[in-house]
Write a protein of this length. Structure first.
Length: 135
């Protein structure tokens, strides 16, 4: 799914299902972008697999849950309204499927989080000046 620069009046990150792209508002606060990007990625990925599913409540719930997991891992406040979405968990998950659903959310969050952490380590190393011993 392509990620394109967005108009300044757009939200920090938004998945456009009709155009099958993620729009990124470059003027947005980086923390807002971080909070919302995982949800947009999950919605885009599910939509690629099954067209139109990104608009469903369960996909929205799943995508917000992944964002909350990643925000917790990296110490970023959760997206606004996340608690209301997560409170609807029982309304959208079949009885008996709660544990499996939560495990899926954790697995996706772990995979995305590990990738992000790896990129952060690489970028931090790239920013370190070459140290030469001076005598």
């Amino acid at each position: 799914v392509p990620v394109e620069k967005a108009e300044t009046e757009k939200p920090p990150i938004v998945y456009e299902p009709e155009e099958k792209k993620i729009c990124w508002n470059q003027t947005a606060d980086p923390a807002d972008v971080f909070r919302l990007l995982p949800a947009a990625m999950v919605r885009a990925t599910t939509d690629l697999h099954t067209a139109g599913v990104s608009a469903e409540d369960l996909t929205r719930l799943f995508s917000i849950a992944v964002s909350v997991e990643l925000c917790g891992r990296f110490g970023v406040p959760v997206p606004e309204g996340a608690a209301d979405v997560l409170n609807s968990f029982r309304d959208h998950v079949e009885v008996g499927m709660e544990r499996e659903t939560l495990e899926s959310i954790r697995e996706i969050s772990r995979t995305l989080g590990d990738h992000i952490a790896g990129k952060l380590v690489t970028e931090k190393a790239d920013l370190q000046p070459d140290r030469q011993e001076v005598r």
